[in-house]
Design a protein around this ligand. Structure first.
Ligand code: OSB
Ligand code: MG
Length: 370
């Protein structure tokens, strides 16, 4: 499959409600949509970097630079038969996993279209629908949070994740727990604590949580080990797991018992599958994380989460939870059993709503082979 052109489109999409985490509050989600053309086919990929370097050091700005100036020249005109070929072509480009993963996703979309297979089939996933939950940002008060959680439960979500930060942790979590004693509940700190301040989270141990996600810094796998030793509740790592090696380190160190798998953070779906494959025989629970993706990235996450090792509900909510109008014609909806169907059409199984796509476009560049 010779890659003829690569188009980068910088998008800015209004969220249906603001999303606040320990690293900031956003009303719009930026991302870079990658369009690859090869052999008369079109493949789409989503680079999940955001405008600000809050979750990751990567931003839409750095990803644009890496994609345009380093990744595109390596793959334009190159022959790509498998995702592994892509990684061979970009060897030597250090870091920038979110940028790389965006292109890899577009290649998977092309490979599926070439072979007439859905991404689920290409990856060997056997679930046709996957268990999902909703990730809820910081609200004005614990009362507001309980109200918001109630609304999502009414919509059918059976697993809820709430964001926490110092000063907005115990009261918020206990308010939700008291209001919903049987809810599958978990918290995500996005690295807001350190080994000292994390002891303030000890009361969470009595709130029957599924997990505490990424309490400490991205590069603090060792301190997560020290923290896990003090907590009954399982620690789940998100930001820290940037490669299959890091998954092995964390598990060998007993720094966590659960891993949030995001293809973007890991540099591609193939790396995400590698983490899944490492964890499965070791009985380490994994689940598919989310990055407020558009319909393109959501389709990819659903296919990934169809693998059997994904045994906890993913942060993959219905399109309506994020965008009034998405860039895909397909909209994902929540089934009554808190699942979402995995796309079945070839590749990612989604098509672009061109008018919506245009209305969200900030900038575009088309790069062609010589
Ligand atoms: O830490 O999991 C996270 C969104 C953006 C960046 C980081 C995170 C998140 C979420 C939202 O929690 C998950 C989703 O619904 O897409
Ligand atoms: Mg997280």
């Amino acid at each position: 499959m010779k890659i003829d052109s690569l188009t980068l489109t910088h998008l800015n999409m209004p969220l249906v409600s603001p999303f606040e985490t320990s690293f900031g509050r956003i009303k719009h989600r930026e991302c870079i949509l990658i369009t690859l053309r090869a052999e008369g086919m079109i493949g789409y990929g989503e680079c999940v970097a955001d405008r600000d370097p809050g979750y990751s050091y990567e931003t839409t700005g750095t990803a644009w630079h890496i994609l345009k100036d380093f990744i595109a020249p390596r793959i334009l005109g190159a022959d790509v038969k498998y995702a592994a070929d892509f990684h061979a072509h970009i060897e030597g480009i250090r870091g920038h996993h979110l940028a790389k993963a965006g292109v890899e996703m577009a290649i998977w979309d092309l490979l599926g279209k070439r072979d007439g297979k859905s991404l689920r089939e290409l990856l060997g996933g056997n679930k046709l629908k996957v268990d999902v939950g909703v990730s809820i940002g910081l609200q004005k008060s614990p009362e507001d949070l309980v109200q918001t959680v109630a609304e999502y439960i009414a919509q059918g979500y059976r697993r809820v994740k709430i964001k926490i930060k110092p000063g907005r942790d115990i009261d918020d979590t206990s308010a939700v727990r008291n209001a919903f004693p049987n809810l599958l509940l978990q918290v995500d700190a996005n690295s807001a604590y350190d080994l000292k301040t994390c002891t303030s989270l000890l009361p969470l141990d009595d709130m029957n949580l599924l997990l505490i996600e990424q309490p400490l810094n991205e590069d603090d796998i060792w301190d997560h080990r020290k923290m896990q030793a003090q907590f009954k509740t399982s620690i789940c790592l998100d930001e820290s797991i940037v490669s299959p090696r890091h998954a092995r380190y964390a598990i060998e160190m007993e720094a966590c018992r659960i891993i949030n798998i995001k293809a973007g953070r890991l540099g591609g779906i193939s790396q995400a599958v590698a983490v899944h494959d490492f964890c499965k025989p070791r009985s380490v629970a994994v689940w598919c994380g989310g990055m407020l993706e558009t319909g393109v990235g959501r389709a990819s996450n659903l296919a990934l989460a169809s693998l059997t090792g994904f045994n906890l509900p993913g942060d993959i909510s219905a399109s309506a939870r994020y965008y009034a109008r998405d860039i895909t014609n397909e909209r994902f909806t929540l089934n009554a059993d808190s699942t979402i169907n995995v796309p079945t059409a070839p590749g990612l199984g989604v098509s672009i709503d061109t008018a919506a796509f245009k209305s969200y476009t900030l900038a575009e560049v088309i790069l062609k082979r010589e």
